[in-house]
Unconditional design. Structure first.
Length: 579
């Protein structure tokens, strides 16, 4: 676990992670409360080198608490602790096991955390609860790592080798804990464009084929009718028979013309489909799929796993789009009995598919609050019934812009519908910012100030990513085996859940001696809140004076490590952790 004693960080785990003596003394108690070995007992049928998996995995979970980063470091230290039994291979094999349901294991620990905090009135979270989704880059160094690809880093605007980690988290009113995650690889824009064109070609080909079949059937009927009328005219020379024959001939000629046109269109669509197939085949065989050359893809580690294994399901997830994966994770945790007041997402996640999925869940009990990109997405204004793009709405309704003195901002609230789903749009300008930011919510009773307060909770997932990468080796797994990548990520998240629980006990003791004097503690908490409000106001004023966009500054604060370190120096250590 990394240590940095010279720099004050905006980290909730920093003091805990640096206090080894106190941490070590509490490990047994925390593990006992989380029933770690009991949860792992079910995997003991899958022994590794003759050792029970529950013992091996328990040791992997507690390694960072002893200041040991990985399995190699464990054996290099030469520890004689009797708990650390077995050779290195036993631990590596345990992490490489594809039949372990890591997803259920993580959710069990998350639910255990909720149970432990809910039964203690002093630890119980209060206020708004929220599901939070976001993704983060897990950088890798080896192209031979299984299912690794070049992924787009939104911070550096570059493509970097690694995985995209998509996390479903839960805010219980006090703390953020992870509930579920998936690892993804990115196909690249060119491949996605080729696949989109191919799917379009299939649809057009199927329509042309159906039209050709109908045209052939119609032409056959007209031909049969024409032959019948010709036979009839041989016996009947009347004008009526000749007129009927003429009509039949005209109808047949029209059907024949339509058939020729349909056949020509079918041949064009068939050629388009075949060309699309050839382009995809050539791309797969010669070009850079997933940002890797054919040779690099061939050299990637590949493990044969059973189709019934959990490892196979996690591998399939890497190619599912992140919106579908988000909806699947949300449905899974709700089915397990975890429900929140809100779902908070960044602008990348906002789409009609997610909006509909959330609205259909738990009778619309979960409300969505999401940033929205200021582009040409069309919303139907409730007042007029007209469709307007989000980029034009502020200009049309500029007379209705209001000012919020408390947040030193301007905002515009616009009731509307998005593809039939009722939403409220809030356009926001913080301080002297020149451009609008857009928030959308399905909670129609939410005011602007409350909306901003709730959406601030979303930044807790950014802190989670920073803490796990800095202290819990998230993304640090160097194994080529995809199962080991899943195992390592899950273990980091389980460690975070345990540390978050420990933090609640640790800080509650520090504030009031296990609540011996509730009144005194409340005064202290109120004082901390007031100081934080003053600091936030100061930062807002500085952004206003400097002409800096406050919301953009917040993004930089959590995404740019150098900006984060500079800002953190302004805060006392204790307040920085509560901020």
């Amino acid at each position: 676990m990394q240590q940095n004693k010279n720099t004050t960080n905006l980290s909730e785990l920093e003091i805990i992670a640096s206090d080894r003596i106190k941490m070590t003394s509490a490990i047994a108690d925390v593990m006992g409360k989380f029933q770690l070995k009991l949860h792992l007992k079910v995997f003991d049928v899958l022994k590794s080198k003759g050792l029970a998996l529950s013992s091996l995995l328990s040791i992997l979970v507690i390694l960072p608490f002893y200041g040991i980063e990985n399995i190699y470091a464990l054996f290099k230290t030469g520890l004689n602790n009797p708990e650390f039994k077995g050779k290195k291979d036993a631990y590596y094999n345990a992490k490489n096991e594809e039949n372990i349901n890591w997803r259920t294991l993580l959710l069990l620990h998350a639910k255990r955390f909720m149970y432990l905090t809910s039964k203690n009135i002093h630890l119980k979270g209060s206020g708004v609860t929220a599901f939070i989704f976001d993704d983060s880059l897990l950088e890798k160094t080896g192209k031979k790592t299984e299912r690794v690809s070049m992924v787009n880093d939104h911070v550096s605007k570059r493509f970097i080798l690694g995985y995209k980690l998509l996390v479903c988290g839960f805010w219980d009113g006090k703390s953020f804990i992870p509930l579920d995650f998936s690892l993804h690889r990115e196909k690249g824009n060119k491949q996605e464009a080729l696949i989109k064109t191919y799917k379009k070609a299939i649809r057009e080909y199927q329509k042309a084929k159906a039209a050709l079949e109908n045209s052939i059937s119609s032409l056959q009927k007209k031909e049969d009718k024409l032959l019948a009328n010709k036979d009839l005219c041989k016996d009947d020379k009347s004008k009526t028979a000749k007129s009927k024959l003429k009509q039949t001939q005209d109808s047949y000629l029209k059907a024949e013309t339509k058939y020729n046109e349909t056949k020509k269109d079918f041949c064009t669509k068939e050629k388009f489909l075949n060309d699309s197939k050839r382009k995809i085949k050539r791309y797969y065989s010669k070009e850079r799929l997933f940002g890797l050359s054919p040779k690099e893809r061939k050299e990637q580690y590949k493990k044969n796993v059973s189709k019934n294994s959990f490892g196979h399901l996690r591998r399939k997830e890497t190619d599912i789009d992140k919106i579908s994966s988000t909806i699947n994770m949300l449905k899974r945790v709700v089915r397990k009995g975890i429900v929140a007041d809100y779902l908070l997402t960044d602008s990348w996640f906002f789409c009609h598919k997610l909006l509909v999925a959330v609205n259909n869940m738990k009778e619309s009990a979960i409300k969505l609050i999401s940033m929205v990109k200021m582009n040409n997405q069309l919303f139907t204004i409730c007042e007029t019934g007209k469709q307007l793009s989000v980029s034009k709405i502020p200009e049309v309704y500029r007379a209705q812009v209001k000012e919020c003195r408390k947040l030193k901002s301007k905002y515009l609230k616009v009731p509307c519908t998005y593809k039939g789903t009722r939403t409220n749009l809030f356009f926001v300008k913080m301080g002297k910012a020149q451009k609008w930011h857009l928030l959308a919510t399905t909670d129609l009773n939410l005011g602007f100030i409350r909306l901003m307060e709730i959406y601030q909770i979303r930044w807790s997932i950014e802190v989670f990513f920073k803490e796990c990468k800095q202290y819990l080796n998230l993304g640090g797994c160097e194994s080529s085996n995809f199962d080991a990548q899943i195992a390592d990520t899950t273990i980091s998240m389980i460690q975070h859940i345990m540390l978050t629980y420990y933090k609640r006990i640790y800080y509650q003791q520090g504030l009031g001696g296990l609540f011996e004097n509730l009144k005194k503690e409340q005064v202290e908490l109120d004082l901390v809140t007031k100081i934080l409000e003053i600091l936030r106001e100061l930062i807002n004023c500085l952004c206003d004076i400097s002409g800096i966009d406050y919301m953009e500054f917040q993004k930089d604060l959590f995404h740019n490590e150098s900006v984060l370190k500079t800002f953190s120096k302004l805060l006392p250590k204790r307040l920085a952790m509560d901020a």
